[in-house]
Design a protein around this ligand. Structure first.
Ligand SMILES: Cc1cc2nc3c(=O)[nH]c(=O)nc-3n(C[C@H](O)[C@H](O)[C@H](O)COP(=O)(O)OP(=O)(O)OC[C@H]3O[C@@H](n4cnc5c(N)ncnc54)[C@H](O)[C@@H]3O)c2cc1C
Length: 322
C-alpha cells in the first residue's frame, strides 16, 4: 500500500483492514502476505448452505452414521488421561440426570482448542498438560465475536445475501469499524417464511470486554452494542428502517464460552502474524502416540474449509494404521 501511496487513503486502508480481520484475524501491519493475499479475495468462492450453517454439519453427522459411526451429543469430555494400551477419556453425559462415564480409545482426534486441551489434561496427564500449556502460551491473543441474530420482513430484493458494513467510529466494546451481515436466501424456506429473511451479524470483539463484568454491566454493554449496530445497519440499508424486525438476540464471547465451551469464548482461530511464523503453529500431529488435533487452532486458515482440510490430512495419517 505504501508503494502505491495508498496508506493515506483511510477508507481504502479501513476496507483492507476489515477484510484482513475477517480472514487472517489481523490488520495490514501484521498480516502475513501469503494469507493476506488470499484473505483480500474474501468472500469469493464462498457458498450459501440452504438451511444455514447447521445444514452441512447435519449432513456430516448423517454420513458418519451411514458408515457405521456413532454421533453423541451432550457428551462433554472432562479429561483425557495418558496412553496405556489406549486413552481413557472421562465424559459427562448432560441432560436431566447428568452422569459420568469413562471411554477407552486406541486413537484420539481432538477438535478442542489448544487452550481447552491444557485445562482438559491438567489433572489427568502432566506430560500432555505441559505440552498444551506451552502451545497455548505461544498464542498471546485471540478474538471473540459479538453476534446479533434476527428476522426482518421485507420485499426488497437485496442484491446479495452478504454485506460488509463500515462504521466511522469503532463499535463500543468491539474495537472494530465494521460488521458483517448475512441474510437467509429469499427462497430458503427452512430459514424463514415467505416475505421474511433471517439475518446474522457478527463483528470482532476482545473477550476481555465481556468476561468478568457484573451481570448488570454485561447486559448494559450488550444493549449499547446492539443499538449501535442496528443504527449503522439502518443507515447503510435504509430500506430496512421501517421493516418489522423480530427475534433480535445478541451474543458475546460469554455466550460462545457457555454454548461451545471454547475457552474465554475465543473464536476465529489463531490470528496470523508476521511476528509468529505460521510454521510454529500447533501441528495436527502431537508428540503423543495416536493422539491428533484438528480444528481452527491447529490450522493456518479460517472457516469450515480450513478445518475440513486439516481433518483430511489427519484422516490420511490415521487410516494408515487403523
Ligand atoms: C461469527 C462467526 C462466523 C463464522 N462464519 C463462518 C462462515 O460463514 N463460514 C465458515 O466456513 N466458517 C465460519 N466461521 C468459522 C467456523 O465457525 C470455524 O472455523 C469452525 O467452527 C471451527 O471448527 P472447530 O471444529 O475448530 O471448532 P468448533 O466449531 O468450536 O467445534 C468444536 C466442537 O467441540 C465441542 N466441544 C468443546 N469442548 C468440548 C468438550 N469438553 N467435550 C465435548 N465437546 C466439546 C464444541 O461444543 C463444538 O461443537 C465463523 C466463525 C464465527 C465466530
Amino acid at each position: 500500500m505504501r508503494e502505491h501511496d495508498l496508506l493515506d487513503n483511510h477508507r481504502f486502508v479501513r476496507f483492507v483492514d476489515q477484510q484482513l480481520l475477517i480472514s487472517t484475524q489481523n490488520t495490514h501491519q501484521f498480516a502475513p502476505i501469503a494469507t493476506a493475499a488470499m484473505g483480500l479475495a474474501y468472500p469469493s468462492e464462498t457458498y450459501y448452505p440452504v438451511g444455514g450453517m447447521i445444514a452441512p454439519a447435519e449432513l456430516l453427522a448423517k454420513a458418519i452414521t451411514r458408515y457405521g459411526g456413532v454421533v453423541r451429543l451432550k457428551h462433554r469430555v472432562l479429561s483425557n488421561a495418558r496412553y496405556e494400551n489406549g486413552y481413557s477419556i472421562d465424559i459427562e453425559i448432560g441432560g436431566a440426570r447428568p452422569q459420568r462415564i469413562t471411554m477407552k480409545a486406541r486413537c484420539v482426534i481432538s477438535n478442542a482448542t489448544v487452550w481447552n486441551m491444557r485445562s482438559m489434561t491438567e489433572k489427568s496427564d502432566p506430560a500432555m498438560s505441559t505440552y498444551f500449556s506451552q502451545q497455548s502460551r505461544a498464542i498471546d491473543f485471540a478474538w471473540g465475536a459479538f453476534m446479533l441474530y434476527g428476522a426482518v420482513q421485507t420485499d426488497v430484493a437485496l442484491p446479495t445475501a452478504y454485506y460488509q458494513i463500515h462504521t466511522d467510529q469503532p463499535l463500543p466494546y468491539c474495537e472494530s469499524n465494521s460488521f458483517f451481515i448475512s441474510f437467509s436466501h429469499a427462497d430458503d424456506r427452512t430459514k424463514a417464511p415467505i416475505g421474511w429473511r433471517t439475518f446474522t451479524i457478527s463483528t470482532h470483539t476482545p473477550t476481555s470486554a465481556w468476561l468478568g463484568c457484573s451481570e448488570e454491566e454485561y447486559h448494559r454493554r450488550k444493549q449499547i452494542v446492539q443499538n449501535c449496530i442496528m443504527q449503522a445497519l439502518h443507515h447503510a440499508l435504509p430500506a430496512l428502517r421501517s421493516a418489522p424486525c423480530e427475534y433480535l438476540l445478541s451474543a458475546t464471547p460469554k455466550s460462545f464460552a457457555f454454548f461451545t465451551r471454547r475457552e474465554q469464548g475465543f473464536v476465529g482461530g489463531v490470528p496470523h502474524s508476521i511476528q509468529r511464523s505460521l510454521l510454529r503453529m500447533t501441528p495436527n500431529v502431537t508428540p503423543f502416540q495416536h493422539f491428533y488435533m484438528v480444528g481452527d487452532t491447529v490450522f493456518p486458515g479460517q472457516g469450515t474449509p480450513s478445518v475440513a482440510l486439516g481433518a483430511l490430512n489427519v484422516a490420511e495419517r490415521v487410516t494408515r494404521f487403523l
